[in-house]
Write a protein that binds this ligand. Structure first.
Ligand SMILES: C[S@@+](CC[C@H](N)C(=O)[O-])C[C@H]1O[C@@H](n2cnc3c(N)ncnc32)[C@H](O)[C@@H]1O
Length: 315
């Protein structure tokens, strides 16, 4: 695969280590994107079902992975529908599931997709442009209070109230509605002394929150976590990379539940009841983070957290 990539895969060495792919295995990459992780799985000899809901991502990935022939199968869809997508493609339990949640740098850099506050583009933000409401349509539908709730929850934005009022005025003003004018309306709603202290663009948190809401990113992750255990063969591995504390918390809690770590300890001397035997073992107790070197090379990796687990023999 060529080195000139508009998206650098995060935690690639850790993914290779914890995936421990053996030739002939079958993996699902739920977030194909620019195929950096998928290509590592293919290099190690796996057959990979690459899911992405973004038509552009699938079209970009296919020619880049042509050297792997029919070991790569593309699937259009949302990973929240994992069971159905695998069934429709005649895929039985798989040896591994990988998900690298969120948007790719490639998507962020395309002004017309509406994810970037640096370039003027339509306020779209849908990963799947074939369906659903754009961010502008969502903003027009929501009241100020609901919008503020989204900014607070998904963006942890302390100025959610003033920003949502400013966004409301931005819509009503009737001027050009672009990501650039939206970003400047958001920036104007935050006090100068606060902006000076932030080490990121004043619109970063709001754009992140809108994107998460438009794509129902937490809902899709929840459904993926519901489906994953039944889609995995015994011994199969699940690796999930998140970029947001809400998502990491969801993965952490679910993995702990699967591993039986959320239960009351069994009384000393008593055997563990059959129904309490853990379904999974954690491959790492803590989330795996990028080291200083990777953070330097790829600033996106700073907030990345990888968690990995392995499905155990049924009791
Ligand atoms: C962070 S990128 C993945 C990058 C990829 N691991 C690589 O190495 O190039 C996330 C990709 O997942 C896709 N995606 C995000 N949420 C999805 C979902 N719920 N269903 C399907 N694809 C999704 C996005 O469209 C994007 O292309």
């Amino acid at each position: 695969m060529s080195d000139s990539t508009p998206h650098i895969p995060v935690l690639l060495d850790a993914v290779k280590l914890y995936a421990a792919v053996r030739p002939g295995q079958t993996w699902v990459d739920c977030t194909l994107g620019f195929a950096g992780h998928a290509s590592a799985l293919l290099d190690a000899g796996a057959t990979v079902y690459g899911i992405d809901q973004d038509q552009d991502a699938r079209s970009m990935a296919a020619p880049r992975l042509s050297e792997f022939g029919d070991r790569l199968k593309l699937i259009a869809g949302n990973f929240g529908d994992l069971s159905r997508l695998l069934d429709e493609n005649g895929v039985g339990p798989v040896d591994g599931i990988l998900a690298d949640i969120g948007v790719s740098s490639f998507q962020l850099d395309q002004a017309h997709r509406g994810f970037s506050f640096r370039e003027g583009g339509p306020v779209d933000m849908r990963m799947d442009q074939s369906q659903g409401e754009t961010a502008e349509e969502m903003i027009r539908r929501l009241g100020i209070g609901e919008l503020a709730g989204i900014l607070r929850t998904f963006g942890e934005e302390p100025f959610a109230g003033p920003i949502s009022r400013a966004i409301n005025q931005w819509v009503d003003a009737g001027g050009p509605l672009t990501t650039a004018t939206l970003a400047s309306a958001i920036s104007d709603a935050i006090p100068m002394k606060v902006k000076k202290k932030r080490n990121h663009h004043p619109a970063t948190r709001t754009f992140q929150a809108l994107r998460i809401a438009v794509n129902d990113e937490l809902g899709a992750l929840e459904r993926l976590l519901d489906a994953a255990p039944d889609c995995l063969a015994v011994g199969g591995r699940v690796l999930i990379i998140t970029f947001h504390s809400l998502e990491d918390r969801m993965v952490k809690r679910r993995f702990r539940r699967w591993a039986g770590l959320d239960r009351q300890p069994v009384r000393r001397g008593l055997p563990m009841p059959i129904e309490e035997q853990p379904e999974f073992e954690l491959l790492s107790r803590r989330a795996i983070k990028a080291d200083a070197d990777e953070c330097e090379r790829n600033p996106r990796s700073r907030s990345a957290r990888l968690r990995a687990a392995r499905k155990l023999e049924a009791a």
